[in-house]
Design a protein around this ligand. Sequence first.
Ligand code: ADP
Length: 800
Amino acid sequence: MEAKSRRQRSKVLPLLPLRGMLVFPYMVVHLDVGREKSIAAVEAALEREDRLVALVAQRDVKLDQPGHDDLYQVGTIAEVKQMLRLPGGTIRVLVEGFRRARLQRFLPGEAYCLAEVAEVPEPGSRGPQVEALMRTAVQLFESYTRLGKRVPAETLMSIVSVEEPGRLADTLAAHLTLKVEDKQAILEATGVGRRLEAVIELLQRELEILELERKISTRVRKQMERTQREYYLREQLKAIHKELGERDDKGDEAQDYRARIAKSGMTPEAQEKALRELERLEKMPPMSAEGVVTRTYLDWLLALPWAAETVDQLDIDKAEGILHEDHYGLDKVKERILEYLAVRRLVERMKGPILCLVGPPGVGKTSLAKSIARSLDRKFVRISLGGVRDEAEIRGHRRTYVGALPGRIIQGMRQASSRNPVFLMDEIDKMSADFRGDPASALLEVLDPEQNSAFSDHYVEAAFDLSKVLFITTANTLYNIPRPLLDRMETIIIPGYTEEEKLEIGRRHILPKLLTEHGLKPSQLRISAGGIRGIIRAYTRESGVRNLERELAAICRKAAVDVVRGKHSQVRVGAHNLVQYLGAPRYRTGEAEDDNEVGVAMGVAVTEAGGEIMPIEAALMNGKGTLMLTGKLGEVMRESAQAGFSYIRSRQAALGIEAGFHERLDIHVHIPEGAIPKDGPSAGITMATAVVSALTKRPVRRDVAMTGEITLRGQVLPIGGMKEKVLAAHRAGIKTVVLPEANRKDLEEIPMNVRRKLEFVMVGHMDDVLRTALVGGLDAVDPALLPLPVEPQQPRLHVN
Ligand code: ADP
């Protein structure tokens, strides 16, 4: 009975697979059919008496010939009402959904496919729960039509009046904008309650989305309205101003800029640029980002000292007085400045010389530049070039960059607010070049008197005249200054100070300055000469006076506390109570008095911080004659070590070194401190001495320091930085200094009081070095083997 009724209800119908849509029962829908097999299926249906066709959706719309598994299992039996042939071979059919049907069997055919489908009975039951679900669904749908999709009133009426719950659910689902899967889920929901619930759920989701959409669009609309309103009001305001015969804000601003540009003394080129930008500004909306950029640019142009200039103080005596007042010693520099002033007085307009002050930190380079400005009565600006590696830092960024600014030169000029300041560029030797361009080449233009009357900054764009600026640069060493820059400058070397000089600088300049800075009266703090000397010896080890100044400042602070507390009305500091103010001494004087050692020789070198003594170590190991060099040595230094080594090999017998040593031993030469890069040829004789000492097992005198370049034949060549080196040796408590004979003339530079305390040995050949430096000299060596010294006359020079 059951089987029979099923068979009754199941039918074999032509199959029309649907893509991207489906048809619910009771719905009347137009379908456009294009696939050949589908057209054939429609035609077959029309030949049937009942004109029925099975409509089943495909899971994948892309498939052209779906099989059983590609179709959903529930579809609709529908009646083909009409068929219309369209141009292009497709047909349009009007179908009316009739019943849900389950796909039982798929029967592929040549012309078209058939489907055995079983009708799904539509339950008619309706309790109060179904009633409630129906009402909810209708209510939600009403909200849905209100918020989103417009549905004609008649359609809404006809939907509301649907009585059967299942049909209601289907009709609602057909009217919603849903994905095929969602619609299919409703088609497959056979229970009426389930179907209604599914529709409600979908309706709610849709409503939520619609609600969100509405919120977003309201917000956007409000925003737009506000902007429009503002624009409208502003326009009105403008109109009102016009009616009243007043100028509006923008006109005011432009007027103001115009007046300032006219007064600024700009070059015609700059003026043209400024006016063009101003015109652009007037056309921009008032608060636009571009307007801000243009205003900043105009402000920059206007802030530059195009014409402003200070009057030079040309009284030489007065200038000399000021220079002496500020600085002790430094006679050469002061002299050079006075010469400049004198020439300046005679020639109205001269090309500014560029001075380069070279010396270790704390010798007063910066303060000297300041003092030059003061003596000339010019403005002073300072920029630091340390670490500058980008050309744009000198020359600025083009305005097209976001946040672009002029380079440091133009910034300095703005700060100076006069076009003839003293312009200090610190640490010119600390610049470096990288992929962003070479700052040195930009500086060349700045410092070249031929070119700098039309310096171009990328930001400013108009040429700026730097020819009246007095440029002063500083550097710690000449080494790293790019050659072309160096050629354009007049270098003035400021070597370090001797102890006496430091004492005088401390007493006469630094201490009085610090007292004023700390609000102390000279009577309230007295530091004796012995005290200052004590600081110099035990608390500092430097070429300049920077640490001396720091230590003196520390004493001033402590004294200030004592005075304020009322502990003392007068603080006296001398050598005896330094510890109380500065703590334990930091340096031992006479470091060089340690034991003599084998394989360690004392060199002296000039570093960025001034002269320094530099022990060089050599050690031997079993090996194959490799010369190992460590301590971050530069190319020149390595080569000079090689030269020394070759010299030793060639003189092996004479020096009393075992034959064939270079085949059995590796030699390691190290120069502490390992992390600091070193270069230059002047450690040649020191390295050779350390190696000879290691090979001959004869210790090197600790109180002897040396410097000199060595050649393959053992000749000693002159070196630079003599004064620095000698002062460093003196500071370190060295007694004897070995120097190249060819440097004899430089001895004059060394202050008498230092000269008196040291023994100088001037040498022409490596053998002389060894004679002095090795304990016991070359005594043990067979004199017949030694060559004649290059300087047969007295090689020793005693200065008394
Ligand atoms: P640098 O620029 O060479 O590193 P600074 O100009 O900063 O050195 O000098 C450090 C301090 O030492 C400053 O307070 C300076 O006034 C002082 N100073 C250096 N040399 C002298 C000198 N010869 N006379 C007076 N003061 C000096």
